[in-house]
Ligand binder design. Structure first.
Ligand code: IMP
Ligand code: MG
Length: 169
């Protein structure tokens, strides 16, 4: 399969830098906790964190959606965060928001842990695919409904290490 470039490395990383600056401004003087959703978010999370001067703690969750339960949006937590987020300012860092099911579940789940604030930063969004209404605070790029890979995103575990976003043909 051939990979075509959709968003090249420079454009992507410029945009991530812009997002970092925005976050830095919004959280002035506060420590931030990033919760990266494995595995797709790792590259974006690293790039975003490197561009923020304030202190950023990194934590991770590994989740998977139950296949075939279209309406329920049930998400299985394979691995939870390590540290308490009670009273902390938390940003969930996601690779891509498609239907919004994963994040709708995660927001409710993490709210129970009583963070001081909880926001969402995603590298990509496919708004036309959204099923769950979701308020997304930071979006890198909104894209059309096409399957993309690279910069953490995979197709059957392939292409995650591409330094750009591409689509498969
Ligand atoms: P949602 O719960 O439907 O929003 O699912 C989001 C998850 O589906 C993302 O975290 C990705 O793991 C996966 N996903 C959705 N669209 C794509 C894509 O175009 N390429 C790779 N993974 C995708
Ligand atoms: Mg994911």
């Amino acid at each position: 399969m051939e990979v075509n470039v959709l968003i090249n490395k420079a454009r992507l990383e410029n945009r991530i830098e812009e997002m970092a600056k925005q976050i830095e401004k919004d959280y002035e003087g506060k420590d931030i906790v990033f919760i990266g959703i494995l595995k797709g978010s790792v590259m974006f999370m690293a790039e975003l964190a490197k561009n923020i001067k304030s202190n950023v703690e990194l934590d991770f969750m590994d989740v998977s959606s139950y296949e075939g339960t279209e309406s329920s949006g049930d998400v299985r937590i394979n691995s939870d965060i390590r540290n308490s987020i009670k009273g902390k300012d938390v940003i969930i860092v996601e690779d891509i928001i498609d239907t919004g099911r994963t994040l709708t579940y995660l927001i409710e789940y993490l709210k129970q842990k009583q963070p001081n604030s909880l926001k969402i930063a995603t590298m990509l969004s496919k708004p036309s695919r959204r099923i769950m209404e979701l308020n997304v605070d930071y979006i890198g790029f909104s894209i059309n409904d096409e399957f993309v890979v690279g910069y953490g995103l995979d197709y059957n575990e392939k292409y995650r290490n591409l330094p750009y976003i591409g689509y498969l043909e």
